[in-house]
Design a protein around this ligand. Structure first.
Ligand SMILES: Cc1ncc(COP(=O)(O)O)c(C=O)c1O
Length: 395
């Protein structure tokens, strides 16, 4: 007879990697998420975090969190819909809307929940969602939760996007959903082309700017600002778990959109709201993003330096254009091996293997922090060069 738990007893994939001595997951960090971290007793250079603006240990953010705990306690114990809306949530939504130049914002407890809630609330059975093949898992899961049909176009391939839209009947509602900055490849959605195609076929556009806000555009407003096309993006989704140094998610758009989502997004209504300390942290982070644009400038200088440095040394960095710089190494085993040697030499990175990337496109994903020094970054480039030569990845 079938037992639902048989799959757990038979699951060996992770144990096999542990037995090979190259298991890269769940290592314990014993310090703040700073440019250098302590992992299992060892000091390491961190090039595997999304702390883009280096705000996780900022004194103003810590102070804001502590003060919020003192005033509001540690949790909201309820949904935004009912007892879980604090004046702080409303303040954050208003300030974020102003920053993003949107009519309104709605916050969720994570970016993943924002995608789940927004997509499933908007896309009904007469609608079609058109996604990029490299879109984040939370977008895919949002599509699965909706009653609409999902169609996927080849990564950043505008001909393929148009091919799909062309054959969708006119009476169907259409939503194009893309990552603004793709989380593994570090390239940017071709928003100017997407806007033109969307207009032609009467489709709406949603941009998941998890890696775009705080990174792209002069003010850090994300992919829309970067291309000067903010008004063309119908919905901008984001997270507080990267540039904002905390946890949480949001969607920004028209007042009518936000009003609809407030009363229909199940991931909002049936889940507890963000704790006060997180909301206060994000408010403080927003203040710093607005008042210290030099952080965004420095982050992008670092990204340019690293992409150039890797290319000069003969690495394949794919189509990266941002502070996410993948090093493509080919087979999954090679990514695990390289990750392990880097780890042993005190450089913390993230290996990305199939199915997160296509077969034979395994990579070491690196990402950067505005507060990293050039000296630290040179060590990373030299460390990578040495390991890659030993493994025959570069000459
Ligand atoms: C593109 C993208 N969207 C959404 C998310 C989910 O964000 P969160 O960590 O807030 O759930 C992530 C996080 O990895 C992401 O990379």
């Amino acid at each position: 007879m079938a037992d639902i738990l048989d799959k757990c007893k038979e699951y060996t994939a992770a144990t096999e990697i542990i037995n090979m001595g190259v298991y890269p997951y769940f290592h314990t960090v014993e310090s703040g998420q700073d440019p250098e971290v302590i992992i299992e007793g060892k000091k390491m250079i961190m090039v595997g975090s999304n702390n883009y603006l280096g705000l996780t240990s900022h004194p103003k953010l810590k102070e804001a969190a502590i003060k919020a705990i003192e005033k509001y306690g540690v949790g909201c114990v309820g949904s935004r819909f009912l007892n879980g809306t604090l004046d702080l949530h409303v303040e954050l939504e208003n300030k974020l809307a102003k920053f993003l130049k949107r009519e309104a914002v709605l916050t969720f407890s994570t970016g993943m929940q924002a995608n789940l809630g927004v997509i499933s609330a908007l896309v009904g059975k007469n609608d079609i969602i058109v996604t990029d093949k490299y879109d984040h898992a939370s977008i895919i899961d949002g599509c699965r939760l909706s009653f609409g049909e999902m169609k996927r176009f080849k990564h950043n391939d505008m001909e393929d996007l148009e091919r799909i839209l062309k054959i969708i009947p006119e009476d169907k509602g259409k939503l194009i959903v893309v990552d603004g900055v793709f989380s593994m490849e570090g390239d940017i959605a071709k928003l100017p082309d997407i806007v033109q195609i969307a207009r032609k076929y009467n489709a709406r556009i949603m941009v998941d700017d998890a890696h775009g806000v705080g990174v792209l555009g002069k003010h850090g407003r994300g992919t829309g600002e970067y291309f000067n096309l903010e008004n063309e993006v119908d919905l901008q989704v984001g997270t507080f778990s990267k540039s904002f140094a905390s946890v949480g998610g949001f969607v920004a758009g028209s007042k009518k959109l936000i009003n609809y989502l407030k009363h229909n997004a199940r991931a909002l209504i049936f889940s507890a709201s963000l704790p006060p300390s997180n909301v206060a942290t994000v408010l403080a982070a927003l203040d710093i993003i607005e008042s210290e644009p030099e952080r965004i400038i420095r982050l992008n200088e670092i990204a340019d330096k690293m992409r150039k440095g890797f290319i000069e040394r003969g690495f394949d960095i794919g189509t990266s254009e941002t502070p996410i710089v993948p090093i493509v190494v080919g087979k999954d085993e090679m990514a695990f091996k390289m990750w392990k040697i880097l780890f042993d030499r005190n450089i913390f990175t993230t290996p990305v293997v199939s199915p997160a990337v296509p077969n034979n496109r395994a990579m070491i994903r690196t990402s950067y922090i505005a507060t990293q020094s050039d000296e630290l970054l040179e060590k990373v480039l030299d460390g990578f060069e040495r390991v890659a030569k030993e493994l025959g990845i570069i000459k």
